[in-house]
Design a protein around this ligand. Structure first.
Ligand SMILES: [Zn+2]
Length: 497
């Protein structure tokens, strides 16, 4: 009777775990896309000496959102501009999300320094203040094709279209006239944010006809803008990130992070180089306008940046040592508990009963869907059905392993199958800095690699709790019914000779 009550309690706890972990996963995703992080240290870019750009009377900046390097090379107007100036690769930093990248571009501080890592879909208030570049340039103008919350976060004197739930009537075509007028105006700084390539990427992927036609029309618009600009203007054209083939961005992959930027005009030499860092390009913009960046900006003078290109280690944030040590301690404890639990199984069966379901689930996720990154849209889905379908083979292995091992006692069986996956998932939550989401809110838990896996591992943990509850329930029912059921007297199998 006592054993039945204990078993019922465990089934209850597992069922609760199914809901609670799924809920925690939704909180993690909400914190990733919605929360900001505490401002952190600047990246340490390699030191070098070299001159910065000289001031210019008219600076024109065009950002083609999402158009990575290979796309940029298919755009004739962009290519023509690069051919008469500096054709550089640009490391936009991490994460590769438009608003945080643009805050770095216009404010001179990296994503980690501002703490704005995702901040999806909403304006930053107060906008990049007096220390930002646009606010230091009287009469600065920004025109955005869509998603005006980004441009409105940057502190331009005149930003169009206005913020609102919907774009103004006719804006889909009128913005091009406004952008042409802005670059042709006497304003010292005009900025145009082209979004159609990014929109096509999210909707149809990077290998779609929609992407190619968006890139083609974006290039026609770029050509019209360059033709409309004042004679002698300096031009900077860039992208803020690329997309994965199926559409999506945000992760740390070099293919998404390293884009093309070109700087051309009188007083700008021709040549190639890079990658320079996004804050180096910020410095180039500030120097072009004779304004200053905050003293903690890591941005280097342009020739120094070209002389000392950045690498992953310079740009990607490192994980806090304390969190990593704690995570390792948990994993070691869980492995020890699992070794204890499997020790009673005879000989080679020790190997058979290990929690193989977990690596099987991860491998099948990568095989039948894709490896999770912050660029893969599947990790943000609230219910995660795409991921669950892909890692289902792992759950099948769990069900079989549990059914076999339950005969040797369910405590041992549950420890064997669940200790490492549960503690491993908790360790990843700790590494990401999201522990306080268990009882409340947390700063944006975005770190390279691990945050994306956290969204997958939490879903696996939730599903595993449900599978374990069902298997426990089913074996209880089966052993209590039919006369063929084995008596529940042997809880451990005899040890191997
Ligand atoms: Zn996007």
């Amino acid at each position: 009777m006592i054993r039945d009550a204990a078993r019922a309690a465990i089934v209850g706890v597992l069922a609760l775990g199914f809901y609670a972990i799924a809920d925690l996963r939704r909180d993690v995703i909400a914190a990733v896309v919605g929360n900001d992080a505490a401002p952190a240290a600047a990246p340490r870019l390699p030191a070098a000496t070299g001159a910065g750009l000289t001031p210019t009377a008219h600076l024109r900046v065009v950002l083609v959102d999402g158009a990575g390097a290979d796309t940029a090379h298919t755009m004739p107007a962009w290519n023509a501009l690069c051919a008469r100036g500096l054709d550089l690769t640009l490391d936009v930093g991490f994460p590769t999300v438009s608003l945080p990248v643009q805050l770095a571009l216009w404010g001179g501080r990296s994503q980690q320094q501002t703490g704005v890592l995702f901040h999806s879909g909403k304006v930053v208030t107060p906008a990049l203040g007096g220390s930002g570049i646009p606010a230091q340039v009287p009469g600065s103008i920004a025109i955005a094709e869509s998603h005006p919350y980004i441009a409105h976060s940057l502190g331009f004197a005149d930003t169009r279209p206005p913020l609102g739930k919907k774009l103004p009537d006719g804006w889909a075509t009128r913005w091009i006239d406004d952008a042409r007028a802005a670059v042709a105006s006497p304003a010292r700084l005009a900025f145009v944010h082209v979004l159609r390539v990014d929109t096509a990427g999210h909707k149809f992927g990077k290998r779609s006809g929609s992407w190619r036609s968006a890139a083609a029309t974006a290039d026609v618009i770029l050509g019209q803008l360059i033709a409309a600009g004042p004679p002698g203007a300096r031009w900077i054209v860039l992208a803020d990130h690329d997309h994965i083939d199926g559409g999506g961005h945000g992760g740390e992959q070099r293919a998404i992070r390293i884009v093309r930027t070109c700087i051309a005009g009188p007083d700008v030499r021709t040549g190639r180089g890079g990658p320079i860092h996004i804050t180096d390009l910020s410095r180039a913009i500030a120097d072009s306008l004779g304004v200053t960046l905050p003293t903690d900006s890591p941005g280097r003078p342009l020739e120094a940046a070209i002389a000392a290109p950045v690498d992953d280690a310079d740009v990607l944030p490192t994980l806090p040592g304390g969190r990593v040590a704690l995570a390792w301690a948990l994993v070691v404890l869980a492995v020890a508990a699992t070794l204890w639990a499997v020790w009673c199984y005879p000989g080679w069966r020790k190997l058979l009963v290990a929690p193989w379901w977990w690596p099987v689930a991860m491998l099948s996720l990568c095989a039948f869907a894709e490896a999770p990154t912050l660029s893969t849209p599947m990790i943000y889905k609230p219910r995660g059905l795409d991921m669950a379908q892909a890692f289902a083979p792992g759950l099948a292995v769990l069900a079989v392993s549990l059914t076999i091992t339950l005969r040797s006692g369910w405590t041992r069986a549950l420890v064997t199958q669940l200790a490492v996956p549960a503690m491993g998932t908790l360790a990843v939550l700790i590494v990401c800095g999201g522990t306080s989401l268990i009882w409340g809110d947390a700063p944006c838990p975005v770190v390279p690699f691990w945050t994306a896996w956290l969204a997958a591992l939490l879903l696996m943990a939730s599903a595993a709790a449900a599978v374990a509850a069902l298997v426990l329930l089913a074996t209880a029912v089966l052993s209590a019914s039919g006369p063929s059921a084995p008596p529940e007297t042997h809880h451990t199998e005899p040890a191997a000779p």
